[in-house]
Design a protein around this ligand. Structure first.
Ligand code: ATP
Ligand code: MG
Length: 234
């Protein structure tokens, strides 16, 4: 067989961003990772930037069967829970986009699907002169948006899809994340969003019971949500 035939197909890179911090990115990334691995897809996940604690990265590491070190899952960690750029500056550190791309590319060689959780919302400054859209563009990534299904989600989602349009990525997928206390808007948000953003794909993820910081609980939830998760990945 020639070398050409042996070459691994390009890894599919999917960025999970949110309409805000706390929108449900980790819940969604961990569900997608558990779903893919349950279906025997060679999937890994990264949270390249984290500030404050490293709990998100630890959960992704656990769901991926500890195939990666914490430093591989989360190469850029800064102590103060602020936007990564400012948290790094407070430690007198500077992160260049080339360093981040190199870390992601290393991991992408080891898997067929790589999920990448962003930090905060789409435009949060990550390093010197770049944010998540810079990484999405350079890696020709796909995008899934976690959006909290409550009043205000239409504006936040349209701002996010609008910012993504400049990247000319395929139509974005949006996961409307259920809230513990749904408000009056929760039933109609999806209908209105479909009208406003017909090129996007929308999926609803309900509010889930149990401790979602536990890999076992996430894996069980992912089995229940197989249809919705498959639709987000299609
Ligand atoms: N569908 C859901 N069911 C139950 N709990 C949820 C759901 N979506 C989000 N949560 C909870 O909401 C909180 C915020 O979610 P999550 O940590 O996933 O947000 P995030 O966007 O990753 O935040 P950060 O910006 O800090 O990384 C968590 O406590 C999470 O368990
Ligand atoms: Mg998170």
């Amino acid at each position: 067989m020639s070398n050409l035939n042996k070459r691994k197909p390009r890894c599919r890179i999917i960025f999970i961003t949110g309409t805000d911090t706390g929108a449900g990115k980790t819940v969604l990334t961990s569900l997608l990772l558990a779903h893919l691995r349950h279906h025997r897809v060679n999937a890994l996940a990264m949270k390249p930037f984290s500030t404050g604690d490293r709990d998100d990265a630890k959960l992704l590491q656990e769901i991926a069967g500890r195939e990666m070190t914490l430093a591989e899952v989360n190469p850029f960690h800064f102590r103060r829970p602020l936007a990564p750029l400012i948290s790094a500056r407070l430690e007198r550190k500077r992160v260049q986009i080339a360093d981040v791309l190199a870390r992601i590319q290393q991991v992408s060689k080891r898997c067929d699907v790589l999920l990448i959780e962003g930090a905060g919302g789409l435009l949060a400054p990550l390093g010197v002169g770049f944010n998540l859209p810079g990484l999405i563009h350079r890696l020709r990534g796909e995008v899934v948006i976690a959006a909290r299904n409550k009043l205000g989600v239409i504006n936040h989602t349209l701002l996010t899809t609008g910012a993504l349009r400049q990247l000319r990525t395929a139509g974005p997928r949006v996961a409307l994340m259920g809230c513990k206390e749904a408000d009056d808007s929760s039933e109609t948000n999806e209908i209105l969003l479909r009208e406003c953003e017909p090129s996007a794909r929308f999926v609803s993820i309900p509010w889930l019971a149990g401790d979602l910081t536990s890999a076992t609980v996430v894996q069980a939830c992912a089995k229940q949500l197989g249809k919705q998760l498959a639709k987000l990945l299609a």
